[in-house]
Design a protein around this ligand. Sequence first.
Ligand SMILES: Cc1cc2nc3c(=O)[nH]c(=O)nc-3n(C[C@H](O)[C@H](O)[C@H](O)COP(=O)(O)O)c2cc1C
Length: 193
Amino acid sequence: MSMTPLDALLTRYSVGPKHLVEPGPSDAQLALMVQAALRAPDHAELVPYCFKMVRGDAKRGMADLFADAARAAGKDEAGAALDAERALRPPMTVAVVARIDLGHPQVPAHEQWAAVGGAIANFLSAAHALGFAGKMLSGAKVRQPAIAAAFCAPGETLVGWIALGTPARQPGGPARKPEAGQVLIDWHPPCKT
Ligand SMILES: Cc1cc2nc3c(=O)[nH]c(=O)nc-3n(C[C@H](O)[C@H](O)[C@H](O)COP(=O)(O)O)c2cc1C
C-alpha cells in the first residue's frame, strides 16, 4: 500500500546512521528529494542552499577530514576512528550548504534560513515517502575550519550532513512531539489603552 503525501509528512522521523543500511537512494530518487526540497517556500526564489552528495571515493575523503578534525580537537586515535566511521557508515551522505545573502534588499537573513529549513524538511519527507530514512546531523565539526573550507565557498555556511539509507529497524512511529494545540494558538490583537 503506498503512502499518501499526508501520511509521509505525519509519519516521518529521523533515523540515525547506526540504523541505516544499503541500499541508498538512486540518482533518480535523489533528484526527486531535491525537487521536493525546491518546493519549499523561498522568498524571491533565492535558493539559498545546495546539497552536496558524498559518495564513492569522496566518502573516504570525508572520513579523513573527520579523523583529522578529531585529532585537532584533542581526541585520541580511537576517537578519530570513531569520527571517521561516522562518515563511512551511512550508505549515502548529503552535505547541506547554505548561501545566505546578508545584504539582500528584500529578503532578510532569517527568511533565507527559513527557506533552508523548509528545504531540509521537504528533502527528508520525500526520502521517507520513497521508503528511505535519514537524519540531519551537525555538531562542532561544521565549524571546524578545514571541514567548512572543504564543503563551502567563502560566504557559505556548512549546515551539516543528511545521513541517508534504508531504515534497518521496524518503523516505530514518529518521535514524541507536542500536541498541535501547543503550537497552533489563537492570536488576539493587543488591548488598546
Ligand atoms: C540543522 C540541523 C542540525 C541538526 N544536528 C543534529 C546533531 O548534530 N545531532 C543530533 O542528534 N540531532 C541533530 N539534529 C536533529 C535531528 O536531525 C532530528 O531532527 C531530531 O533528532 C528530532 O528527530 P525527528 O526528526 O524524528 O523529529 C539537527 C537538526 C537540524 C535541522
